[in-house]
Design a protein around this ligand. Structure first.
Ligand SMILES: [Zn+2]
Length: 365
């Protein structure tokens, strides 16, 4: 009681102490104002953030969101590249027979209870709920060559969508929040995040391929990507970018039992994908930083049997999901992407070194 009274009625201080007290309060409030946002203050962006259930997550590499200038917005009903006066849904539906739905995405419902579905049906996901659902990262090549054309095909012509597109220069475009169920990998759509990497795809020897149009040799023997004139500059974000495949000659390899050849992805694409892979596997605990392997540790080059696919939690190719797909093709460097992403997750150390150092720590203490 005495304590309470003393708190309620502080003893009267001499005037000079009152002045010091006033100054102290002023300083404390002033310091507080430095961290409290003021109405109208802009929140700075670094330009490397992806959006996950409404939260911005850093990747360490350039990301253009669908809300950014130059971004691609898969939430929009209108076609992105049709003449403006004919881009609305009525015209689009009439003119493109493959467009059957104004929305090219829907809700992730699998693995959610009725109560959870009711809670998130308006789009209001929270991160813990999304973490329960997402456990696969599906890699595609786009057979469009550049991301702008990829969005044109997916959104304006095919009734499809994907969370990320990765352009030749390593720019990542995010077109939808990861909370959405994008339409890119049939049976894995509900549980996966998808990325379309700009690349002209993989072909059999006796099959027509677009390599002559898309690749040329410089006088010094280096291979250069030549975007066809009909695509302008291809919408590449980096001015005057010259793209080169990571390996100069087409790479041969077997996918779904058929030998295919394909030009490799660019070093800029690998660098960005490694950072995105590390980011996603950190954000989603069920998504392992790994790929489907045979007993020798080599990537499995065919669709996973249904029960294995059902149980698989990690990074995988579209060809692991469907027998009629060959992407991301024989050139894709699984070990490079996954090993490098693991090193990033382990603070720059290799998996083995990290294990060893942990062992040392355990022995030491
Ligand atoms: Zn695909």
């Amino acid at each position: 009681m005495i304590l309470l009274q003393s708190l309620m009625k502080p003893p009267r201080l001499p005037r000079c102490f009152q002045t010091i007290g006033f100054l102290l309060v002023t300083v404390v409030i002033g310091a507080g104002c430095k961290t409290a946002p003021r109405p109208g203050a802009f929140e700075p962006r670094r330009g490397d953030e992806i959006m996950v259930a409404g939260q911005l997550v850093h990747t360490g590499t350039r990301v253009v969101l669908w809300t950014d200038p130059g971004g691609y917005d898969a939430y929009r009903v209108e076609r992105r590249f049709a003449p403006l006066e004919k881009s609305d849904w009525e015209h689009s539906h009439d003119e493109v027979k493959d467009l059957t739905s104004p929305n090219r995405y829907n809700m992730r419902k699998a693995r959610l209870s009725d109560e959870e579905i009711e809670r998130v049906r308006g789009g209001g996901w929270d991160l813990p709920t999304l973490r329960k659902v997402v456990d696969q990262f599906v890699i595609h090549f786009d057979v469009c060559g550049v991301s702008r054309q990829c969005f044109n095909v997916l959104h304006d012509h095919r009734d499809l969508s994907v969370h990320f597109m990765l352009d030749l220069d390593g720019t990542i475009y995010q077109t939808l929040d990861l909370k959405e169920r994008a339409w890119h990998a049939t049976s894995s759509n509900s549980r996966s995040v998808g990325i379309e990497i700009a690349n002209m795809g993989a072909y059999r020897d006796n099959e027509q391929n677009p390599f002559d149009e898309w690749y040329a040799k410089d006088p010094d023997g280096k291979t250069r990507i030549t975007i066809p004139k009909r695509l302008g500059n291809g919408g590449i974000c980096t001015q005057n970018f010259v793209g080169r495949p990571a390996r100069p000659e087409p790479v041969r390899g077997v996918v779904q039992g058929t030998e295919l050849m394909q030009y490799d992805f660019t070093p800029e694409q690998y660098a960005a994908l490694i950072k995105l892979t590390a980011t996603l596997t950190r954000v989603f605990p069920k998504l392992n930083c790994d790929y489907p392997k045979d007993p020798d540790g080599k990537v499995l080059s065919h669709k996973l049997p249904d029960d294995e696919l059902n149980n698989y939690q990690g990074v995988l190719g579209h060809f692991h999901v469907q027998t009629n797909k060959t992407d991301p093709g024989p050139a894709f460097q699984w070990d490079h992407v996954i090993d490098s992403a693991r090193r990033l997750l382990n603070g720059g150390m290799s998996e083995a070194a990290n294990e060893t150092s942990r062992g040392h720590m355990r022995n030491h203490f």
